[in-house]
Design a binder for this molecule. Structure first.
Ligand SMILES: NC(=O)c1ccc[n+]([C@@H]2O[C@H](COP(=O)([O-])OP(=O)(O)OC[C@H]3O[C@@H](n4cnc5c(N)ncnc54)[C@H](O)[C@@H]3O)[C@@H](O)[C@H]2O)c1
Length: 310
């Protein structure tokens, strides 16, 4: 089986490539413009093609010459604030880029695509834990392009028979995450704490998130690439973790106390966020299970090691 991973040089991509490397009979090609991804995230033995998902011609050439069986589409502009200041660029990369990929899937007989969607499609909905049937009501340009992308995927399934799996990730964290992007609080804390600084929490720290480990996301992407039909599935722990609980996990990982400053809450921040994961268990046969303490410890250790290597 030959798989194309767009955005494979990024944070989540790097975890997926590690997993795919160990699969028998799977050939992987990465397509990435390295805007936020890194060449060193692509292991030896996996081919990296440098290119942009906005380049329809370049993609057509790649699909025609490679003959992919399936695609995992991770390439994206991932920063919510940037999507608000640059809505046109967000749409070009995240929506038009996806359409370029879907058109190639249709023309070059690809059987399956997995799409990385986001909890951002739900917007600020307090009917938690949020199930997939909730009405999407995104509050950012990023969430809107993810939601529109989901509709395109369903349409390509209905009209052209492409198998389409939409995975809505909660707040992903883990080794190799950049300090920008979505759900970056863990990597931001890692960066500050590794530099011996304290951290700032916006609000009283009781706001919650559903922190899911990137290795579990990789497992979901791999399992999702084997589903037939069209599916929309949350990938989450279904556990609400407050920022104060996250800080406690960091205190253990770092092994010392550190200063925490509480600042006024930021406008537009969602107070509680947790996604139901019953459909993930039912359709993908697994439950994202990385324990937060262990996940934070691994992420912090990786950060320290990188600083040591510099
Ligand atoms: N990290 C999270 O918490 C989270 C949550 C929900 C959804 N997602 C989604 O998961 C996917 C992967 O996110 P990530 O956290 O690994 O981000 P990332 O920024 O580390 O990875 C994105 C990758 O896409 C590449 N890329 C960006 N624009 C491109 C373009 N125009 N053409 C080709 N490649 C391009 C980047 O170089 C990078 O390697 C994204 O679609 C993101 O929206 C992430």
């Amino acid at each position: 089986m030959k798989i194309l991973v767009t955005g494979g040089a990024g944070f989540i991509g790097s975890h997926l490539l590690q997993l795919l490397q160990g699969q028998q009979g799977v050939e992987v090609v990465v397509y990435d413009n390295l805007s936020s991804g890194r060449r060193e995230h692509v292991p030896k033995g996996i081919r990296l093609v440098e290119g942009d998902v906005r380049d329809a011609e370049g993609l057509a050439h790649l699909f025609a010459s490679e003959g992919f069986d399936s695609v995992v589409h991770l390439a994206a502009q991932t920063m919510v604030p940037y999507s608000l200041s640059h809505p046109e660029e967000d749409c070009q990369i995240n929506l038009l880029g996806l359409i370029n990929i879907l058109e190639c899937c249709r023309k070059y007989a690809v059987k399956h695509i997995v799409f990385s969607s986001s909890a951002a499609v739900y917007g600020d909905n307090l009917n938690i834990p949020l199930h997939e049937e909730e009405k999407p009501m995104p509050t950012s340009a990023y969430g809107i392009t993810k939601m529109a992308s989901e509709h395109y995927l369903r349409m390509y399934h209905d009209l052209y028979g492409l198998n389409t799996t939409v995975l809505r990730f909660a707040n992903v964290y883990g080794e190799r995450q950049g300090a920008g992007g979505e759900g970056g609080v863990v990597s931001i804390f890692c960066k500050l704490l590794a530099a011996g600084q304290g951290v700032t929490v916006f609000g009283n720290g009781e706001q919650t998130r559903d922190f899911v480990y990137a290795g579990d996301i990789a497992e979901a992407l791999w399992r999702g690439s084997q589903l037939e039909g069209h599916h929309v599935i949350n990938i989450s722990t279904q556990k609400e973790t407050s920022v104060n609980q996250l800080l406690a996990a960091f205190k253990q990982a770092v092994g010392r106390e550190f200063p925490v400053q509480y600042a006024p809450i930021r406008e537009g921040d969602i107070f509680r966020s947790v996604l139901a994961n019953g459909r993930c268990v039912e359709l993908l046969g697994f439950c994202p299970a990385m324990n937060l303490q262990e996940g934070v410890a691994r992420t912090y250790a990786d950060y320290l090691q990188k600083i040591g290597d510099k």
